[in-house]
Design a protein around this ligand. Structure first.
Ligand SMILES: Cc1ncc(COP(=O)(O)O)c(C=O)c1O
Length: 444
């Protein structure tokens, strides 16, 4: 196969005629509940581009929602997964084990924060990992309550819908939800009423007060939080918030779970985003970037907590599939060899000043934030009232798509444009993508 040219190429309308034909077939055959941001049908992807059936090549600022950090066809992922495919596709680790699963658990013990003894269990999706983290925390503490946060997102299964804050589209009409989930405030600096400098301590005090008064610390099994909130709007909790919650958990025997499914594996310029404030979680959930695009997820944590679940209590037919484990080992090899943490920090150093300069020119940008290659702009109709502008976000995304740049939106108010380029994207493509965003802003 020829190498995938690392260039933007727009040769038809986007989506083009072949994509539109496929979209008609898709609409007839696929449930409408499964959406697509941009219905171009993909033939190849890798590096910093996604190529479609019409011959267009889009710059990728989405990475399949923060998954293909090493690219969508990374050499080590393809090599290791292909070799594994030829050897065997599946045995079920719960029936007859294999080395790849153990090697992934060893790598997770090494890479995740803290030098305590750690163990892991592997699953298929992020939501499944979060569900299992809660199972493990309940087994360990003998308690039931779980604390989640405003703007949090943890998945689409029943328990993870309950943990997720936003109704539409994630929860609407799908209840009743799992019980014993309690939601408390998060330190959303940009929107904190008394200003970002007060958000960390004030939000922590409010959250802790609510947990103490409304739930009772002695009833809480787990506090589950994203160290950078993803779907909720790329919200970095203001400084001091995470350490205060982490300390509260430690003081009260509560299992502190960092959901690093979107923020983990070099995305923010560190192996895990919680390292930024020196947080050592009891359990950490990972997925997405872990395996270069193959479905794999994990719960990793203190050995004594992980071992609280009885033998046979955790698992699943496909959890830790051997091909996905081989891919994960290839992705981790790539992250180490190419120093993708440094690459993510470089992407931030390129993107943030340019986006800040755009914010000087365009009032619609209320905030520029994020770390590493997890960067966002929040769009507002009025900078003083900070009224969210989801229509501007949709229009901007559509303009970028037409120009051949794949971007995603997010946020509780739908007004955040988020940028998640593969960490291996070339500098030219990165700058060209930023040029397109600037042109799209000018055309709003
Ligand atoms: C922080 C976080 N947790 C959990 C999930 C759910 O992962 P999955 O879609 O693999 O079930 C996501 C997915 O976006 C996520 O960002």
């Amino acid at each position: 196969m020829t190498a995938l040219p690392q260039e933007r190429r727009v040769v038809t309308a986007i989506p083009g005629p072949k994509s539109q034909e496929l979209q008609a077939r898709r609409t007839a055959a696929v449930a409408r509940g499964v959406g697509s941001t941009l219905p171009v049908f993909v033939t190849r992807a890798g590096g910093g581009v996604v190529e479609d059936v019409d011959g267009n090549s889009l710059i990728d600022f989405g990475s399949g929602i923060a998954v293909t950090s090493v690219g969508a066809s990374a050499e080590a992922v393809v090599r290791r997964a292909s070799a594994q495919l030829a050897d065997f596709t599946h045995t079920c680790f719960m029936v007859t084990p294999y080395e790849g699963y153990v090697a992934v658990a060893e790598a997770l013990a090494e890479l995740t924060p803290g030098d305590h003894a750690k163990k892991s269990a592997l699953f298929n999706s992020g939501a499944e990992a979060v569900e299992n983290a809660v199972k493990i925390a309940r087994a360990y503490t003998g308690r039931q309550a779980v604390i989640a946060f405003d703007h949090g997102y943890h998945g689409r299964t029943n328990l993870t819908m309950a943990l997720t804050a936003k109704n539409m589209p994630y929860k609407h009409g799908f209840g009743p939800f799992a019980p014993e989930v309690y939601r408390v405030p998060v330190a959303y600096g940009y929107r904190w009423p008394t200003g970002p400098e007060n958000a960390g301590p004030e939000a922590a005090a409010q959250a802790i007060d609510q947990i103490t008064k409304q739930v009772g610390a002695e009833n809480v099994a787990a506090i589950v939080i994203e160290p950078v909130l993803g779907e909720g709007g790329f919200i970095e909790p203001a400084r001091g918030f995470l350490p205060a919650l982490r300390q509260y958990a430690a003081d009260h025997g509560i299992v502190f779970v960092a959901d690093e499914i979107q923020s983990g594996f070099c995305r923010t310029g560190q192996w895990f985003a919680c390292e930024d404030e020196g947080i050592v979680p009891d359990l950490i959930t990972t997925a997405k970037g872990i395996a270069g695009g193959l479905p794999l997820a994990a719960v990793t944590g203190r050995a004594e907590i992980m071992d609280a679940a009885h033998a046979g209590g955790l698992g699943g037919t496909y959890g830790g599939n051997p091909v996905a484990c081989a891919a994960a080992l290839g992705a981790i090899e790539t992250m180490r060899e190419l120093d993708l943490n440094a690459r993510a920090r470089h992407i931030e150093a390129v993107m943030k000043p340019r986006l800040a300069a755009m914010a000087e020119k365009f009032d619609v940008i209320g905030d520029v934030r994020g770390r590493g290659a997890m960067i966002a702009i929040e769009l507002v109709a009025d900078r003083d009232t900070k009224e969210p502008d989801p229509r501007a976000a949709a229009a901007l995304a559509a303009a970028c798509h037409r120009a051949g740049l794949l971007v995603l939106t997010c946020g509780t108010y739908g007004n955040v444009l988020r940028f998640l380029p593969p960490l291996v994207i070339g500098e030219d493509l990165l700058n060209e993508g930023l040029d397109i965003i600037e042109q799209a802003l000018a055309g709003l």
